[in-house]
Each structure stands twice: as structure tokens, then as C-alpha cells.
Design a protein around this ligand. Structure first.
Ligand code: B12
Ligand code: SF4
Length: 500
């Protein structure tokens, strides 16, 4: 059967969920055929893509575009257009927010899908394959005959997620994504996979773009997959791919208590371990006990800051007391915890930093994940602090503490690297590497994981974790001034060697 659409997937350390969802939908619910070209491990990318397209002869080529992917998507689209004649469609966050960046005269991109993609894409393929005009299609931006961009009406969201087909993991080679060293759950080393049990989040944190895509449609942002469908996916991953741990990628897994309790009942007998993310105001003792009993190993919480002023300012909808309570409950019930925190909050002062350090020392998370507040397009923070299109979308990639050079939101002048080091230090002094804690806290997990066929891989990952932890303990004991000096010289030496 002829392939009608080829999705081109840039290498990332987790599978291309957008494409897995879209391609499974097209293959299952329409008479058309979709395939995914996974570029992981490919050297000469442009040549490889063009050869593949000439061989498959699709009617349509698809890209997915976060803001920072924009330069690459345009570069590859141009290369495709020069060598293979076929329309190109782009979707995801950036296409949904700024369709005009793709749809203009002489652009190599022909269509931008705005918001949730399944139904719009199915209709688009139908029209393209039949040689019909796509201008004005709901959820789509395209050029009309006078070369003006026309955006169709908002596409309603899929309210009933049971309409989505099973994800066809055979569309790509999943093996590399399941490796224990390529961990889906932070700090958890085992053969693992990511599953989404819902779409959307009810909260409105000012820095978060998680709902950008879904808000471009009409309807209720948060939707849940039927528990039976999720269980089927978990079972399939376990039986067909020998998965040991599932990380649920839902923005918040514990929004609906009744659903979570029912979920725990059903997953309990499946003999898999799992991890989730949640908000501190949504957890209680009953839920924590049920999670723990049902094989949940770790809960990640968006702590963000130890200052109530900051939490209010970013509209997190939580406070420091709730954070302390949530961590205490999880600890009591034997669940591991991960704290997601950020620096460079709008208006953040030295005092706010000290309060965050104090909080971290009190809640003692088993894992810490840090990021630098970045005003991503599509968020209120972007509207307030950037409010014009930056010239270089690459700025929105992971540039860490250097972010302050471009978007300094905090009030204080402490280098962000230093702030991050201080946060690390405040948790490192009381904890072992996450993977070691996990083994110690969960004997069942230890027994199952350590004697699996992936023993060597898991063992090496744990040793690796230990060295990173030990190195950090050592480095962080060197006073900041000396470290700054050493880092400065390290950069200078690297720069000089690089020039030669
Ligand atoms: C999983 C994830 C990742 C994975 C990537 C997964 C992948 N391979 O695509 C990883 C961990 C690698 C990742 C990395 C980053 N991410 Co991320 N990520 C997410 C997350 C949590 C879920 C996305 C997801 O898979 N959803 C499930 C699928 C089914 O939905 P979807 O992708 O939106 O796809 C639907 C539509 O968008 C549309 N669609 C998507 N693509 C296409 C293509 C076509 C052709 C069509 C027709 C339709 C279409 O149809 C799909 C089905 O309806 C979102 C937050 C969220 N809750 O959405 C952030 C999010 C997308 N990430 C974000 C960011 C910022 C990043 C990073 C830049 C972070 C960083 N500083 O390092 C990096 C990007 C690095 C890079 N270049 O890859 C931002 C994007 C903001 C922006 N304006 O770009 C988000 C919104 C989170 C946030 N911070 O607010 N991320
Ligand atoms: S709770 Fe998490 S996913 Fe939801 S809006 Fe806030 S940061 Fe985004």
C-alpha cells in the first residue's frame, strides 16, 4: 500500500509521541497510510530524508515543531522542496501559536495544523490525495490564491479519548527508547516507557505552555483516557516489550482522586512499577497509600520556589505549607519524591532564594530537577516580559543559566549557575543518588530489577549515578569563588583549543 504521509522525526531521547499518536490514528481510522522516519543515529540527514521520500513517494510530508525546532524545520523543508515535489505540513506548539511563521509566499511549508492534530490531519490527507483545495479547513492555516494566509475555524477537541486508537509502537524501532540507561522516569533505572493517560492540565501556571496546543481548539482542555485503554497499553508494553517501569507523562496524574483510586486497583495486579507527576495540593494520605500499594515508586512535584510571594506571582495555585505537607505524606507512605524547581522567577530576590534553600532542606526530596525560568511563547510570562518575536528561536532551547543574558526575569544579581549550585548543595548533603535510594527503599523493585536480563546495564547506570553524585559532592564543597575561577579558565582553555 502506498504511503500517503511520512512524518520526519528529529532525534530526541524519548519517542516522538505526537507522531506515534497521529500515525496510529491515520492508519487505524482512515484508508490512508502513515509512516515515521526516525532520524536517530543518522549522519547525512538531508540526503537520507530525500532518498527515503523518493523511495516512499508520499503525498504529504509532516514535521512537528517546538519553538526551538523552527530553524531546523525550515531548513529541512527547503531541502525537501528542492529535491522532491510534495506539500509539507507542520504541527505542534510553534505551528499552533505562529502559523504565519510557516505560511507565507515562497515558504517551503504549505500547511500549518493548529492545535490537536488527528482529525484535521485526516481531512487534510483526504483533500491532498484527491487534489482538492484545503484553504479554509478547520484547524488549518494555508495560503489562498492571492497568497494570503487563511486560518480555518477552531477545530473542536476530541472530547472522548476512547476514540483514539491503540498506539502502534511498531511504527518505529522502540528498542533504543526502552534502554535502562535512557531513563523515562528521572532517577529510575529499569527498562521503562512513557505513557499518557490524559491530555491537558486544569492549572494556569504563568510560565507553562503545556496547554498551548489544546487551547487552540474549542472544548474542555482536560480529557482522560478510559482506564481500560491505559491498562491495555501498560499490559502490551509489559508483555511485548518487557517493560518494567512506566512513567506517566500526564501533566498532573492525580487531578481526579476517584479515578486514581480505581486506577490503582486495576494496575496493582499487573506487576509493574510506575512513577507520576502531580501537584502538591492534590495529594493526601489515602491517595499516597493507594499509590504505594499499587507499585508507584515516585511522585514528582512542581515545587518551583520556597517563597509564597513567588508562588502567587507565577499563579502556581499552591503554597509553601502545602508543599511541606505533600512531601511529608509521601515520605510517611514510603513514596520517593522529586522536586522540580526553577530559578530566574519574575521579580525573584535574594531572600526568595534563601527561602527556597530552607524549604529544600526541610522537605528533603529524593531527587531534584532544576530549570531556569524561560518565557516560552504561548505563556503569560512571555506576553508580559518578551512580547515581541525574538529574532532567534534557538534561544528557546535548553540554554540553562545563560538564559539571564537574554531573558533576565529575577531582581537579584547572583549568577544563576551559583543559585543552582546552592540548590543542589542543599539537597545533596542529605541524600544518596536516586537509584541507590530506590533500591534501598523498595526491596521488591530491587529483586525484580537486579535479576533481570538487563543487569549489567542497570548496574552500570547505578554506578554512573553514584559517580555523578560523588563528583558533585566533591565539587560543591569547593568554595564558589574558586569554582567560578576554575570554570572561567576551563572555558578559556576550551575556547583556545577549539580555535586551534
Ligand atoms: C514530552 C515532551 C517533551 C519531550 C519530547 C517529546 C517528543 N519527542 O516530541 C522532550 C523531553 C524531549 C522535550 C524536550 C523539550 N521540551 Co517538551 N514537552 C513535552 C510535553 C511534556 C508533552 C508533549 C507530548 O508528547 N504530548 C502528547 C502529544 C500527543 O501531544 P502533542 O505533542 O502536542 O501533539 C499533538 C498536537 O500538537 C499536534 N501535532 C504535533 N505535531 C504535529 C505534526 C503534524 C504534522 C501535525 C499535523 C500535528 C501535530 O497533533 C498531536 C496530536 O493531537 C510538553 C508539555 C505538554 N503537556 O504538552 C512539553 C513542551 C512541548 N516542551 C516544551 C519545551 C520548551 C521543551 C524544551 C525546549 C525544554 C528544554 N528547555 O530543554 C525541549 C526541546 C528540545 C528539543 N528540541 O527537542 C514546551 C514547548 C514550548 C514552546 N513554545 O515551544 C512544552 C509545551 C512544555 C512547557 N515548557 O511548557 N519535551
Ligand atoms: S500544573 Fe504543571 S502542567 Fe499544569 S499548568 Fe502548572 S506547570 Fe503546567
Amino acid at each position: 500500500m502506498k504511503t500517503n504521509i511520512v512524518f520526519i522525526s528529529f532525534p530526541k531521547f524519548v519517542p516522538p509521541f505526537s507522531f506515534l499518536n497521529l500515525a496510529s490514528y491515520i492508519n487505524e481510522k482512515t484508508n490512508y497510510k502513515a509512516s515515521i522516519l526516525d532520524l536517530r543515529g543518522i549522519g547525512n540527514v538531508e540526503e537520507y530524508i530525500v532518498d527515503y521520500l523518493k523511495q516512499e513517494k508520499p503525498d504529504l510530508v509532516g514535521f512537528s515543531c517546538f519553538t526551538c525546532d523552527y530553524p531546523e524545520v525550515m531548513k529541512f523543508s527547503k531541502a525537501i522542496k528542492e529535491n522532491y515535489d510534495c506539500p509539507i505540513v507542520v504541527g505542534n506548539v510553534h505551528a499552533s501559536l505562529f502559523p504565519e511563521d510557516f505560511i507565507f509566499e515562497d515558504s517551503p511549508v504549505d500547511f500549518a495544523v493548529i492545535g490537536e492534530g488527528e482529525i484535521t490531519l485526516a481531512e487534510l490527507i483526504d483533500k491532498v490525495s484527491n487534489g482538492e483545495s484545503c484553504v479554509g479547513l478547520s484547524g488549518l492555516a494555508a495560503l489562498d490564491s492571492s497568497k494570503k494566509m487563511v486560518v480555518g475555524e477552531k477545530r473542536p477537541l476530541i472530547e472522548d479519548l476512547s476514540l483514539l486508537p491503540k498506539i502502534d509502537y511498531k511504527l518505529i524501532s522502540m528498542e533504543c527508547y526502552f534502554s535502562p540507561s535512557n531513563r523515562s522516569g528521572r532517577g529510575i533505572n529499569s527498562r521503562s516507557a512513557i505513557v499518557f493517560a490524559s491530555r491537558g492540565c486544569p492549572s494556569v501556571c504563568e510560565f507553562c505552555a503545556a496547554n498551548t496546543v489544546w487551547k487552540c481548539n474549542t472544548g474542555t482542555v482536560v480529557r482522560f483516557r478510559p482506564i481500560e485503554d491505559v491498562m491495555e497499553e501498560v499490559l502490551r508494553l509489559k508483555e511485548e516489550y518487557k517493560i518494567q517501569t512506566i512513567f506517566f507523562g500526564d501533566d498532573s496524574f492525580i487531578i481526579k482522586k476517584d479515578r486514581v483510586l480505581e486506577f490503582c486497583k486495576q494496575i496493582k495486579d499487573m506487576d509493574v512499577f510506575w512513577a507520576i507527576q502531580g501537584k502538591v495540593d492534590q495529594i493526601d494520605e489515602e491517595l499516597s497509600k493507594a499509590l504505594r500499594k499499587a507499585g508507584c515508586l515516585m511522585v514528582s512535584f512542581g515545587v518551583e520556589s520556597g517563597s509564597d510571594d513567588i508562588l502567587k506571582r507565577i499563579k502556581k495555585g499552591t503554597n509553601v505549607e502545602q508543599i511541606k505537607k505533600a512531601f511529608a505524606i509521601c515520605k510517611k507512605c514510603g513514596l520517593m519524591t522529586l522536586a522540580d524547581i526553577m530559578c530566574n522567577h519574575p521579580g525573584e530576590t535574594e531572600r526568595d532564594i534563601e527561602m527556597t534553600i530552607d524549604l529544600l532542606k526541610q522537605i528533603k526530596p529524593d531527587e531534584l530537577s532544576q530549570s531556569v525560568m524561560t518565557p516560552y511563547p504561548g505563556t503569560p510570562i512571555y506576553k508580559k516580559h518578551v512580547n515581541q518575536k525574538p529574532e532567534n528561536y534557538n534561544l528557546f532551547c535548553n540554554i540553562g543559566p545563560d538564559m539571564a543574558k537574554y531573558f533576565k526575569l529575577c531582581k537579584h544579581n547572583r549568577p544563576l549557575q551559583r543559585v543552582m549550585d546552592e540548590y543542589w548543595r542543599s539537597v545533596h548533603s542529605h541524600r544518596l543518588p536516586g537509584s541507590v535510594t530506590l533500591w534501598l527503599k523498595n526491596f521488591q523493585y530491587f529483586k525484580k530489577i537486579v535479576f533481570s536480563g538487563y543487569f549489567l546495564n542497570i548496574f552500570l547506570t547505578t554506578i554512573g549515578d553514584f559517580f555523578v553524585w560523588a563528583r558533585y559532592e566533591f565539587v560543591s564543597s569547593i568554595p564558589w569563588g574558586i569554582r567560578f575561577f576554575l570554570r572561567h579558565w576551563k572555558h578559556k582553555i576550551e575556547h583556545t583549543i577549539g580555535k586551534k
